[in-house]
Design a protein around this ligand. Sequence first.
Ligand code: NCD
Length: 309
Amino acid sequence: MPNTFEGTDFITIRDKTREELEIVMDKARQMEQYRNVGTDSARGHLMGTLFFEPSTRTRISFQAAMKRLGGDTVGFPSPEGSSVQKGETLADTLRTVSQYVDILVLRHPSEGSAKLAAELLDIPVMNGGDGSANHPTQTLLDLYTIRKELGKIDGKTITLAGDLRYSRTTRSLARALTRFDVELILNSPEQLKMKEDLLVELEEKGLSPKETNDLESSTAEADLIYATRIQKERFPDISEYKKVAHAYEIDKDLLEKNGEPLLLHPLPRVNEINTDVDDMDNTVFFNQAGNGVPVRMALISLLLDLPGR
Ligand code: NCD
């Protein structure tokens, strides 16, 4: 079968079919065998990592993935120390770095920044998060984790909880879930409800989520809860953030009383998940973060059309 990913970009889930999502997940399962021992399929290839916003998991797992494939990475973890400090535009930074590397991952606070990079550059661009808009590679590892933990995605009831207004992880995941046969529950305080444009998009794709602010019932009904941090840095007005900063907390008691659904979180957690859940079998968020490596190995391999070793 020809590799339709070769030389393309990975910017949003919106233009990905179920089949394409499954191709990456299947490839990721193959990559598990190299996750700790590595391979040399990307030898001689360089990935640029341009992070204009803080990152632990996305940046380090991308770097780990490229190095496990036998390639290498160059880039910056924050714009301080780069020529952005001197006033260089994003477009000029991108054009320059693309001279040095074969593939690029970009994280930037502006919505649409990754799309701009993809339009500008000939090399594959992967979106490591653009403002509150998209985080499609996180979604790949979220789907992969669900499939690995629950056996399948179809037929499951999934609760997205927390900041559904500003969190890009839930926006991208909700889009992906339209490709599957799931029940979706959206649990958030009124001020953090999912934006109307996305609700309309989900409806158009045949997914009619149930919106609620009742954490007990949305835990009890769910096969899995996907919790998110309240995205402090995205609030235009910090006083609005303070009103919802402690809007919800998931703890052991809540999970035990409500059927112990699987608990996912893209991390970092702040105060929305009590650490008393950490030793429970159904809390998988650190494994979820670990899955970022085989999933990103798979995506890089497909975009660069590396040999399938
Ligand atoms: C998320 C992000 O950056 O959007 N983190 C991640 O990539 N795993 C979630 C968050 O910051 O809350």
